[in-house]
Design a binder for this molecule. Structure first.
Ligand code: AMP
Length: 335
């Protein structure tokens, strides 16, 4: 059997209710409406880490109830990508969710995740789903003009898969507020635009919050489920991406020209790559881009205070890492 969870698979026990069908979640949601409770939502693909938990805590502290979904979405993986090997750590995920609590305002008690939504692929894709876009049938969401830059340039079709699944999740959960991570900045901004374009009310675009990236306190590596793929030697060199983005950030401030800043950053990465190679670790840059957060157009020259998304991706051995820094004024993007 594939590693995709079927509805009949027995789940580890959890004190938090787990909903496996859209219908059962909707029944729960109806009750929340009747009780006039706000519902926060965090969408994940599981293999939970402190980045996910930080989003969850934001939701718990700002909403009466919180739903967290775990769904590895086949539509956002290209046929050549890692759908079948994507880390699946359900038992540890449930344990982590049970431990995650925030104080309930003006009472002695604590808030914990109210519901875990783990739909099946069949429930989420009633018309079926193949990873090969040319063979897909049914309804898909495309945010035209915003999915081909930055990460979308390297992963064609990725944001179509993301926008489609998140629309479905929003339709099922009907969140009052929802929380996404800055680590996937293009995703958050594109989804906010999608909420606006589709006139969604749950959530309204202003209720889609993008929260700062959680990093390793040791070397700044952005936490990611895919970090589990890194060998101990890979891990030693994985922070090169964040360090390279920081070199680019300083060069942008000093030289005020994108091409010169990226040139300087790539020269730095080359040095880091040579050090990694001596350790038997192959580092391969994918891209470094600088884009306008509203239009996603390339930015060429420095404008004092203007927000720019500096993003990058690179391979460390067989693991592909992404990261970004917001330069200038991040107001209106984060929070
Ligand atoms: P994923 O399970 O990778 O699809 O991620 C689920 C959500 O967690 C997305 O909104 C991500 O942007 C967010 N996320 C992943 N890693 C981090 C991190 N290091 N810091 C903050 N948010 C994160």
């Amino acid at each position: 059997m594939s590693r995709l969870l079927a509805a009949s698979v027995t789940l580890p026990t959890s004190t938090i209710p787990i909903f496996r069908t859209v219908a059962s979640l909707r029944e729960w949601r109806r009750k929340a409406y009747l009780e006039q409770k706000s519902v926060g939502f965090v969408a994940t693909m599981g293999a939970l880490h402190d980045g996910h938990i930080s989003l969850l805590k934001h939701s718990l502290s700002r909403n009466d109830l919180t739903v967290l979904s775990i769904f590895v979405n086949p539509a956002q993986f290209a046929p050549t990508e890692d759908l079948s090997t994507y880390p699946r750590t359900l038992e540890a995920d449930l344990a982590l969710l049970e431990q995650t609590k925030v104080p309930e305002p003006s009472t002695e008690s604590e808030r914990i995740t109210s519901a875990i939504f783990m739909p099946t692929v069949q429930d989420m894709y009633p018309s079926g789903i193949t990873q090969d876009v040319s063979g897909q049938k049914g309804t898909f969401i495309e945010v035209k003009g915003y999915g081909h830059q930055m990460e979308g340039g390297s992963r064609p079709g990725f944001f179509r898969g993301v926008a489609t699944v998140v629309t479905k999740l929003f339709n099922a959960v009907e969140p009052t507020d929802t929380y996404f991570g800055q680590k996937d900045i293009q995703q958050g901004l594109l989804l906010r635009r999608m909420c606006r374009d589709l006139l969604l009310s749950h959530p309204e675009p202003g209720h889609l919050h993008i929260m700062p990236t959680v990093r390793s306190p040791v070397d700044g590596l952005a936490l990611s489920s895919r970090n589990a793929y890194l060998s101990p030697n890979d891990r030693k060199h994985a922070s090169s991406l964040y360090a390279t983005l920081n070199v680019c950030k300083d060069a942008w401030r000093d030289l005020r020209d994108k091409n010169l800043a990226i040139e300087k950053a790539l020269a730095y990465l080359k040095e880091r790559s040579s050090a990694a190679e001596a350790d038997g670790v192959l580092i391969k840059p994918d891209y470094i881009h600088m884009n306008d957060p509203d239009t996603f157009d390339d930015v060429q020259t420095y404008e004092e205070g203007k927000a720019v998304i500096l993003s990058g991706a690179m391979w460390v051995g067989k693991t592909r890492l992404i990261d970004n820094i917001i330069l200038g004024n991040a107001e209106g993007i984060l929070g």
